[in-house]
Design a binder for this molecule. Structure first.
Ligand code: NOJ
Length: 719
């Protein structure tokens, strides 16, 4: 937690004073969060509960008017007048909707993530919300998993950088700043590793992978000051994260030094029963609380059971006091005791021009140009455009799944954006088909307008409820008859630019050769149409790069760039290699991939030293020249390979990236600093080591397109 030390001491004192006055029921109430529930809860303020001091926080009660009203009543009637915290999932916007986190990560720009979080926090704060359940910093390497849209992709380094930026944006420099909300790093831990990409499923992995891949983004979020952490739903190596003492005590509290509040996920404590680690709610509460859960999300199980468990000696009252103290400290740091209300006029900031400007810029910086044959993009002004597809005149689906309070009517559609840029008389629209139905009755009209046009833009993809929580897919192709629509339109011979809106990587093999250009937009939010039009028209030169691997087929999953070489790498030399008989081993589009309207040339890779020891760092520089026709941004990527290790080491690991703007014809020098510590990993015996030896530095335009490389040595490692 990051807090002003004086304020922190004052908050602790206040918490202790209050604790001394509270009875056990009132204490446990502070550890109970109430709100809507997947198990049928409706919005209610649970007056009977707060009168008895049984509510510490609310989930999903939002809006300045409503939160003020509830707070006023609660504070006047609850014992000791303790205010509630209002929490909400502000994931990619409160009202103004920003690109989904996965889409934001495609920007490879921490400022984008920080700004989106910061504006989201401002709007949430205005609505009385002081706690968001974001960022989700789960590494995701399986695009079947619907929640891949909520995180920052597959790579621990990139995800860590984004996690830090998000916490800074939401929370600010210390807890309790105006227009800021406390952040929650979730879901601790390995939720993204669910087997088969099926939400809530088990994660089963080595401790090395846990610590080297899945933990680092959490560490980054805590180092940035995240005040809270949410335990994951799934089991890790058989033990549910909600009652996993190793994860919540040894790793989270001891190893990572986390001193904030740990909350369960919704209903997760009671779900310990179907996990089969207990057979009644009381035992579930015992397991979860004693493993380290401070607050239960969703209702009464703590209220109903902890007092008795304390009485029976199964829970120590000192542990209850510690958990309550953590909660009260946060309330005091948030300033809730002195100023529990918000000014209702604050909500006028929703959808303000400034917030829309952030939404537009973050969206256009995040779109990835996957293909651009014959330089179909940008499209010249004056061109006659046929705009076809179920995502073209669509206000809701481009927003993404975690935009609970968004107002779709406020979305700028692709049609509105493109027509705004090219003139309404130049853009002809036909839906063609729905996102997911077998109805092809719209094909004829779509064909008709395609034939009249100079160029066709096809806006295709998923609906917003095809990704997000519990929205996993086993088939990653475009749903419904969209692929057929593309092939029908392609028969006209007109140049096609496809814009794909989706919450996850899409398998495009069957149609990608029939279109000239592909923009992967992800889910771009309120300003979608304007952002897309900026790119199509060349007003903005696309600069997004993928942060997760796009598979060639579902059968390749899980596929990620930082894999091991194996003893039989697929070099096409012998029969018995690590390959598929019916698919390439390469993905369709790799991690780090993305094109620009211009070209960049790299030269002059320089390393400050040839040898470093464990306390040293290496300075690396490279020149990047814009040799094309447009000004543009390049994402310069730094990868490292540990050439010989006691364990097999990944073929590449991202250790740095810089997004730089280079005017056409100009050259910029890009610099990185690589500390020896960033080469450390957990060896087979779970020691955290930097092993001495030779390392390779690779500078790439993507994880596959390595353009310059050099080697260096670590002469003295640590064990
Ligand atoms: C369940 C989700 O897993 C979690 O991320 C979210 O914060 C809670 N529900 C509250 O909505």
């Amino acid at each position: 937690m990051k807090a002003d030390i004086e304020k922190l001491n004052k908050a602790r004192k206040k918490a202790k004073e209050l604790l001394a006055k509270m009875n056990i029921n009132e204490k446990v109430g502070q550890l109970s969060q109430f709100g809507r529930s997947i198990y049928g809860g409706v919005e209610s303020y649970y007056e009977d509960h707060y009168k008895e001091g049984k509510i510490g926080s609310y989930l999903g009660v939002t809006g300045a008017n409503k939160t003020n009203m509830v707070q006023k009543n609660l504070m006047s009637e609850t014992p000791h007048n303790i205010p509630a915290i209002f929490a909400y999932d502000v994931i990619h916007g409160y009202k103004t909707t920003f690109p989904t986190p996965l889409t934001q990560s495609f920007s490879w720009d921490t400022n984008v993530v920080r700004e989106c979080a910061s504006v989201s926090a401002k709007e949430a704060y205005a609505a009385g919300v002081k706690w968001t359940f974001a960022p989700m910093v789960d590494i995701a390497r399986d695009p079947r998993w619907g929640r891949i849209m909520e995180g920052y992709g597959e790579d621990p380094y990139l995800c860590s950088e984004m996690a830090k930026a998000a916490v800074e944006g939401y929370q600010g420099d210390f807890i309790g700043q105006k227009d800021k909300v406390i952040a929650c790093a979730k879901h601790f831990v390995t939720y993204g590793a669910c087997i088969g990409g099926r939400d809530y499923n088990s994660a089963d992995m080595s401790l090395q992978t846990l610590h080297d891949v899945y933990i680092p983004p959490f560490k980054a979020a805590f180092d940035a000051g995240a005040a809270t952490c949410m335990a994951a739903f799934n089991d890790f190596n058989g033990v549910p994260c909600t009652c996993n003492k190793y994860l919540l005590k040894d790793v989270l509290r001891k190893q990572l030094g986390f001193d904030g509040v740990v909350i369960s996920d919704a209903g997760a404590v009671v779900e310990l029963i179907p996990h089969n680690v207990c057979d009644n709610v009381k035992d579930a509460v015992d397991l979860a609380f004693n493993a380290g859960i401070d607050i239960i999300m969703a209702f009464d199980p703590f209220n109903d059971n902890i007092p008795e468990l304390v009485e029976e000696g199964r829970i120590n009252i000192e542990d209850v006091d510690k958990a309550v103290e953590r909660v009260l400290v946060i309330k005091e740091l948030l300033g809730l005791f002195d100023d529990p209300f918000v000014e209702e006029e604050g909500e006028q900031c929703f959808f303000s021009p400034e917030h829309r400007a952030v939404a537009r810029d973050s969206a256009r910086r995040s779109v990835v140009l996957l293909k651009n044959e014959e330089k179909v993009l940008p499209i010249e002004k004056g061109a006659k455009i046929a705009l076809i597809g179920p995502l073209a005149e669509n206000k809701a689906d481009v927003l993404g799944s975690w935009a609970g309070l968004c107002e779709p009517e406020k979305t700028i559609t692709v049609m509105e954006g493109i027509a705004g840029a090219y003139g309404w008389e130049k853009v002809f629209y036909a839906k063609g088909c729905d996102i997911d139905s077998s109805d092809k009755s719209g094909f004829d009209e779509a064909l008709h307008i395609a034939k009249q046009a100079d160029v066709v833009i096809l806006a295709v993809g998923e609906s917003r409820d095809m990704s997000g929580e519990a929205c996993c897919r086993s088939d990653l192709r475009l749903p419904g008859v969209q692929e057929e629509l593309i092939s029908k339109i392609a028969e006209t011979g007109k140049p096609i630019c496809a814009i794909v809106f989706a919450g996850r990587p899409i398998v495009m093999e069957s149609w990608k050769d029939s279109v000239k250009s592909i923009l992967f937009a992800g889910q771009t939010g309120t300003e979608t149409g304007n952002a897309v039009a900026d790119i199509i028209s060349g007003e903005y030169n696309p600069s997004g790069r993928l942060t997760c691997t796009f598979p060639y087929s579902v059968g390749q999953i899980p596929i990620y760039y930082s894999a091991l070489n194996t003893g039989r790498p697929a070099l096409g030399k012998i029969r018995f290699e690590a390959k598929y008989m019916d698919a390439p081993i390469e993905p369709a589009y790799c991690f780090g991939y993305g094109l620009s309207y211009t070209e960049f040339e790299y030269s002059n890779l320089k390393l400050s030293k040839k040898e470093i020891n464990k306390d040293e760092f290496l300075d690396i520089s490279v020149n990047v020249k814009n040799i094309g026709e447009f000004d543009g941004e390049e994402v310069v990527q730094l990868y490292v390979r540990d050439l010989i290790g006691t364990s097999a080491r990944p073929m590449k690991e991202l250790k740095g990236f810089k997004k730089v703007f280079v005017k056409k014809g100009e050259t910029v020098k890009v610099e990185f600093r690589l500390h020896a510590l960033s080469l450390a990993f957990h060896n087979f015996d779970m020691e955290y080591v930097i092993e001495p030896g030779e390392f390779k530095i690779m500078i790439g335009k993507s994880s596959q397109d390595i353009v310059l490389e050099d080697n260096f040595y670590v002469k003295e490692g640590i064990i």
